[in-house]
Design a protein around this ligand. Structure first.
Ligand code: NAD
Length: 532
């Protein structure tokens, strides 16, 4: 719905209603449960289809393919995708460059309208998109709905933000001049998302880039290209002009890396691991022949997030918060709690309650909506199990500690809690990205803060405490980009919790916040002498 708003100095125009977050679906309601089951059945019939590269609007195929499979049933193919190689980079950059000349001049209102139309279409097909996420990355229904809801939020939020930027003025009008500040697009960009929020992060980075007038080469994660392919077709349905988003699955080290260094790629919006982010930072910084700009890199990377449990806190709430943060989507979130730092005075009680609570978590097929599903791939499965073995030598296993075998060969790992872990232990320092929680003991609040901050990362963190002075100290001293007081450290909401981390967690881009679109623009200041 739109209302007509009159802004002084600008002709009255139609502005969208204020932003509100997309509500969550209540899957305990019988009609929603039935509707989700129907969506899963419908999507199951569409598994295994082949998707094309989309370059300048034309569909193309390659010899080599990427197979996206269901991590709960690795033999089930979710989608067959083309595998773009480095030799295709020039063609796709040319297509994006051609589209840039007209898209960059398309009025912001029209570009925002594309995002609003896409949001409306996704909202109409919400459960179908949830079902694709269940099959492609093994999310349970609630996690899938959160991913789809966040996608809608990003589209709605960035559309409004683009309209706001379009109305920007200079803070001061200098006497005798007419002063203007215009936010121009940067050019052709590479969008390189991870697999764990394969809809929201992929669509969010893409939408932010294009709504500012840039054109994009979208290289989805090899583990989740299908949801990205379906998003690109939906954008086309919403009116996306050819070449504005070019869809090119390909290997990260080959195609992704070739995009990063291409002299006409003006910016790279990346979310993923620290190792790859640092590589993009370094390689993107070197100018290549024919390049006449400094590449901009927007890099959001890993985490080793901690929750501090103070001795004076609501212990049940703390246990619930730690469990939700550590085991929601099997700990495969950059914001996941992988360290619980617990005050020595309540340590034993906390561990007992934690152990009982985690024992109740049920692991099984995401299609049947078990709380914990599989980890994403065989590679992740082996990596997480290796860390569990390391952890067995670094502490005492409270829960889990092994794989769960199923007939379908899904990559299931039991939710694992290891207590009595030293701050120097590898499982307390390295990002595991799976259902593994280390519990550490602190002798004082000072020590808890110092352990929490003793990491190369700085993404999310939380503290459970009833002492206002400790909450206030955390505000000042807990060095993370997203701090939560008396609540879990996952589940950032667009608009309310702009998201991005400190230190090796990235460039603190604050996705879903008012500063985010600036990263995809360059501001031009124009002063015109007023004629007498
Ligand atoms: P990843 O780094 O392995 O891959 C991310 C993307 O980079 C993929 O599309 C991949 O194909 C591509 N890539 C790989 N090598 C490349 C190269 N050399 N050049 C260019 N592109 C390359 O990460 P992942 O396993 O997909 O995702 C998990 C990681 O993402 C975790 O570390 C997690 O913490 C992080 N993450 C961070 C945030 C955040 O907002 N900070 C959000 C989600 C995930």
């Amino acid at each position: 719905m739109a209302t007509v708003i009159s802004v002084p100095g600008i002709a009255a125009r139609s502005l969208p209603t204020p932003f509100i977050n997309e509500p969550f679906v209540d899957f305990t309601a019988a009609e929603n449960k039935r509707a989700m089951q129907a969506a899963l059945a419908e999507v199951e019939n569409q598994l295994g289809r082949e998707y094309d590269l989309v370059i300048g609007g034309s569909r193309q195929r390659t010899e080599r393919k990427i197979l996206s499979t269901n991590p709960a049933r690795p033999a089930q193919i979710v989608g067959v995708h083309q595998q773009a190689e480095a030799d295709r980079v020039q063609q796709v950059v040319d297509a994006a460059q051609t589209a840039f000349s007209s898209w960059s001049r398309t009025p912001a209102a029209q570009r925002a309208e594309l995002l609003f139309r896409a949001a409306a279409l996704i909202r109409e097909r919400k459960l179908s998109f949830c079902a694709w996420l269940v099959y492609e990355v093994g999310k349970n229904w609630g996690e899938a709905d959160a991913d789809v809801g966040e996608t809608i939020d990003f589209l709605e939020f960035y559309g409004r933000e683009a309209l706001r930027l379009d109305r920007a003025t200079t803070p001061i009008q200098f006497p005798g001049e007419r002063n203007q500040l215009r936010y121009l697009p940067l050019g052709v960009g590479a969008v390189i998302p991870p697999w764990n929020f394969p809809f929201a992060i992929m669509a969010g980075m893409t939408a932010a880039a294009i709504v500012c007038g840039n054109t994009v080469i979208l290289k989805p994660s090899e583990d989740a290209p299908t949801i990205a392919a379906r998003f690109v077709s939906l954008l086309e349905e919403a009116g996306l002009p050819d070449g504005v988003v070019n869809f090119c699955p390909g290997g990260g080290p080959e195609f992704g890396s070739a995009l990063v260094v291409h002299p006409q790629v003006r910016f790279i919006a990346f979310t993923g691991s620290k190792a790859v982010g640092l590589q993009i930072h370094e390689r993107g910084a070197q100018p290549r022949p024919g390049q006449n700009f400094i590449k901009r890199t927007i890099l959001e990377m890993g985490g080793k997030d901690a929750i501090i449990v103070d001795n004076d806190c609501d212990l049940d709430a703390a246990v619930e918060g730690v469990v939700a943060s550590a085991f929601g989507f099997n700990g495969q979130k950059c914001s996941a709690c992988s360290r619980a730092i617990v005050d020595a005075r309540i340590y034993n009680t906390f561990c007992d309650r934690l152990q009982r609570r985690v024992a109740k978590i049920e692991t099984g097929s995401p299609v049947e909506n078990f709380y914990c599903g599989p980890v994403i791939s065989e590679k992740a499965y082996r990596k997480v199990l290796d860390y569990i073995e390391i952890g067995k030598g670094e502490g005492v296993v409270l829960n889990g500690g092994s794989a769960i075998k199923t007939q379908d060969g899904g990559y299931y790992i039991a939710p694992t809690v290891i207590k009595d872990v030293a701050p120097t232990a590898r499982i307390a320092r390295e990002e595991i990205f799976g259902p593994v929680l280390a519990v550490l003991r602190s002798q004082s609040f000072d020590e808890a803060l110092s352990i929490a901050n003793d990491t190369e990362y700085g993404l999310t963190g939380a503290i459970y405490s009833n002492r206002q002075e400790n909450l206030d100290r955390a505000r000042e001293e807990f060095h993370v980009g997203n701090l939560y007081l008396n609540r879990k450290c996952t589940g950032a909401m667009v608009g309310a919790h702009p998201f991005g981390g400190f230190n090796m967690s990235g460039t603190d881009s604050k996705a879903g916040g008012s500063d985010y679109l600036l990263l995809f623009t360059q501001a031009k200041s124009i002063a015109e002498k007023v004629r007498k």
